[in-house]
Design a protein around this ligand. Structure first.
Ligand code: MF3
Ligand code: CO
Length: 271
């Protein structure tokens, strides 16, 4: 689906703004000692306030129970899809919490994630977070109309792996969205290593495309691990991870990051 009608563009912009507002309100309360259930309730109240519905709760994917939380809350080695029902002690100083918020608002989706250090961070966590944010910045700048989707992956991967020595986890990526949370194309974060690994790699960025792009980066591995039918996805080696996701509208003049204001969020909260 390509977005051209001004009224639809406005709705997509408004939905993305709701996601940013929800993050902004959340960082006010994040601190050591909070439980994931309290964080999820806070997200639920904010969404209500902003006249949004969670795009995640109840979400169904074959092989999993319906998604149980309003937001994805992923701590440390949990990369994405953490839930408030997974075994996880209350937030402790130095934890890295990735919060992914998906909303439905005026018929459109907003879907963006950011990572927060709780109460302070080690130098390694700071480098990993800086790497994540910069990879998103550079990757979004590469989303130029007429260029192949591969340009996103090449830019992000070169920076994260070659320049910084961290790892993009394989098998997960970004996606088109709009009136539904997930739509084609899939947006891989790394260049395919064999033909056919990413069929859409040669497809081109096109004005009107609405894309959620999301580097997921681990300190020690490209491999992921999960348990049975459970939602949370972890780094295979238990190393620290971050997740930064933006909503991008491709315009004739270049990429427009609808969640650009996320870059103004604090890295360290509750200190
Ligand atoms: N941003 C994630 C994604 O696009 C969030 C999905 S959570 C789910 O895949 F609950 F909806 F699965
Ligand atoms: Co997403």
């Amino acid at each position: 689906m390509l977005l051209h009608a001004p009224r639809d563009i406005e709705a997509a912009v408004a939905a993305a703004e709701c996601v940013v507002r929800t993050h902004e309100r959340l960082v006010e309360i994040l601190r050591p000692g909070l439980r994931l259930s309290e964080i999820d309730s806070h997200v639920a109240r904010t969404l209500d306030d902003l006249k949004c519905a969670s795009a995640f709760i109840g979400y169904r994917v074959r092989g999993h129970p319906p998604y149980p939380s309003h937001a994805c809350l992923s701590v440390n080695a949990c990369i994405v899809h953490g839930t408030h029902t997974m075994p996880q002690p209350p937030l402790a100083p130095g934890d890295l919490l990735s919060v992914d918020i998906g909303v439905r608002h005026r018929g459109f989706i907003g879907d963006a994630a950011w990572t927060y250090a709780i109460g302070g961070r080690e130098p390694l966590a700071e480098s990993l977070m800086d790497c994540g944010k910069e990879s998103l910045r550079r990757g979004v700048a590469a989303m130029q109309p007429g260029r192949p989707l591969l340009d996103w992956a090449r830019t992000v991967q070169t920076f994260v792996e070659r320049e910084k020595g961290f790892h993009l986890v394989r098998g997960l990526g970004g996606h088109g969205y709009g009136r539904s949370l997930h739509a084609p194309p899939f947006i891989a974060n790394s260049v395919p290593s064999y033909p056919g690994e990413w069929p859409d790699a040669g497809r081109r960025f096109e004005p009107g495309m609405l894309l959620a792009v999301e580097p997921m980066i681990a300190v020690g591995t490209t491999e992921i691990r999960s348990e049975g039918d459970q939602w949370p996805i972890y780094t295979a080696d238990g190393s620290l991870s971050v997740h930064y996701e933006a909503d991008v509208l491709i315009t004739p003049d270049g990429p427009r990051n609808l969640t650009e204001a996320m870059f103004g969020l604090p890295d360290v909260v509750g200190n």
